[in-house]
Design a protein around this ligand. Structure first.
Ligand code: ADP
Length: 492
């Protein structure tokens, strides 16, 4: 029985031992697991910290990006505003508090260097009162050389980056009454020098590279617009000067034209009245000579008769000259009424040829005309245009030797007829051609000494042609002949 109890106890103890061992084993395993879990927890913690850090950095980058986008937007709007201005002061007025705040600043100043006065002058003031601004201007001009150097080198300065040789950061802070700031030079091709300053009193704010870039872009924009303004000013000024000059010249020319008109009118009036005055005594002289020549008042010796005939002839010439003069002055002053009608050119020429036929025959000069079919009609005053032909063909006859040729040709284009009176005469020297239409002008040569004339025929012809809105000119070669050409409107 005892041994049974003993065995039972032993079995119980053994089973308890086994169970204990297995529990110890499980506890050990649990301990290992806890260790592993602890390690994982630590790793997770590290990762969570990393994620948080990355998130913060991402947020910061996002903020920077947002700031840049809004800054660029502000800059673009500001550039557009500035670009529409061409007046120095107005350019700076476009930069206002709203734009400045959008860029993250509440104070701004701009100064331009005035080389004559040798000082900086303010062009923009935002966020400062009068007293502060005046103090800054004084301090700035006291340190002008530093600022001029900075501008000349085209370098920007900021509370984050100060170039070597420039004033100390804290000095600028005290001078401009800000915590953070940016200074960017304004340097134009036209020679303007200055700078733009932006700043903030906010001690939390810090200047980024992006901020500095923005203000640099703004300063460049201002420089370019200042250049445009200067160029515009120059162009505007020269245009004004030109306009004044043109006005002055026009005034002088109008005055000169008026004077010429007055003189010309006076001359016409004078010629006209003198001609009138001459006509009456001339008619009497001619009349008396004619009566005496008839012999009604008694016979007279041949010598006296000859002289009287001369008086009669010369009187005729004088009457002719006076009439030409009167006609010229009348046409010049527009007193002659032109009865413009469509005329048959051939008929006009035939009439003139008929009138001059005796002289043509005497000198055995061949006369012909060549009129293009489509140019048969001219718009002209019959009486006046006959005078033109009589004068031109008459001259051709005078200045063409025996057995010569005279031809009239007519061509037309664009409803204008050109008529050429061509002769095979002595010709006109080159230097005389430009004077040929002037009053009383006669070529000074031996032929003219033998041929009578007044030098008024061509002047009259020119006036008549111009009164028809035509033109007249001459081409001639000495010894070969002359061609007088004139234009008229074509008739229907
Ligand atoms: P006039 O014939 O009375 O001298 P005109 O005014 O008709 O005056 O002519 C001016 C001058 O032009 C003439 O004196 C003459 O020297 C020159 N002239 C005109 N027509 C011709 C011509 N067909 N050939 C050569 N010379 C001419």
């Amino acid at each position: 029985m005892l041994s049974f109890i003993f065995i039972s106890i032993c079995l119980i103890v053994a089973s308890l031992g086994i169970s204990l061992l297995s529990k110890i084993q499980r506890l050990k395993e649990a301990g290992d697991k806890i260790k592993t879990l602890n390690l994982s927890l630590e790793e997770m913690d590290e990762q969570a910290k990393l994620i948080m850090r990355t998130d913060m950095e991402l947020n910061k980058a996002q903020e920077e990006l947002d700031k840049k986008i809004s800054g660029l937007d502000t800059l673009q709007k500001l550039s557009q505003e500035i670009n529409t201005t061409l007046e120095e002061k107005q350019i700076f007025k476009k930069i206002d508090n709203k734009y400045l705040e959008e860029l993250g600043f509440e104070r701004s100043l701009a100064f331009l260097w005035k080389s004559l006065e040798r000082e900086f002058r303010p062009y923009l003031r935002l966020g400062y009162n009068d007293e502060e601004a005046a103090k800054i201007e004084t301090a700035l001009n006291a340190n002008k050389d530093y600022f001029l150097d900075l501008i000349q080198n085209g370098i920007s300065a900021s509370s984050e980056f100060m170039p070597e040789g420039f004033l100390a950061k804290d000095k600028i802070r005290r001078m401009f009454l800000v915590h953070s700031f940016i200074i960017c030079p304004v340097l134009t091709q036209e020679g303007d020098r200055g700078f733009i300053f932006v700043g903030t009193q906010n001690t939390e704010a810090s200047i980024t590279k992006g901020d500095q870039e923005f203000i640099s872009i703004l300063a460049n924009q201002i420089s370019q617009t200042l250049d445009n303004a200067r160029l515009f000013e120059k162009i505007w000024k020269s245009q004004q000067e030109l306009e004044i000059k043109v006005e002055e010249r026009t005034r002088q020319l109008t005055q000169a034209l008026e004077e010429v008109k007055t003189i010309s009118k006076r001359k016409s009036d004078f010629i006209s009245s003198v001609s009138h005055e001459l006509r009456t005594p001339l008619t009497s002289i001619k009349g008396y000579a004619a009566i005496l020549l008839t012999g009604k008042l008694g016979t007279m010796p041949d010598e006296i008769k000859n002289r009287l005939e001369k008086i009669n002839r010369h009187s005729d010439e004088l009457v002719h000259m006076v009439n030409d003069l009167l006609d010229i002055s009348r046409i010049e002053s527009g007193k002659v009424d032109m009865k413009i009608e469509s005329l048959d050119l051939k008929t006009v020429i035939e009439k003139v040829a008929d009138l001059l036929s005796e002289q043509l025959k005497t000198k055995n000069i061949s006369f012909g005309s060549n009129i293009v079919d489509s140019c048969q009609k001219i718009m002209a005053d019959r009486g006046q245009i006959e005078r033109v032909f009589i004068n031109l063909v008459g001259n051709a006859l005078k200045f063409t030797p025996q057995n010569g040729k005279i031809n009239i040709n007519a061509n037309c284009a664009n409803k204008i007829i050109q008529i050429d009176v061509v002769d095979s005469g002595f010709g006109i020297p080159q230097e005389a051609q430009e004077h040929i239409f002037e009053e009383f002008y006669r070529v000074d040569n031996t032929i003219n000494q033998q041929v009578k004339g007044t030098g008024l025929g061509l002047t009259l012809v020119k006036h008549i042609v111009e009164a028809h809105q035509g033109k007249i000119w001459v081409k001639s070669k000495l010894g070969e002949g002359s061609t007088f050409s004139f234009t008229l409107k074509a008739g229907e």
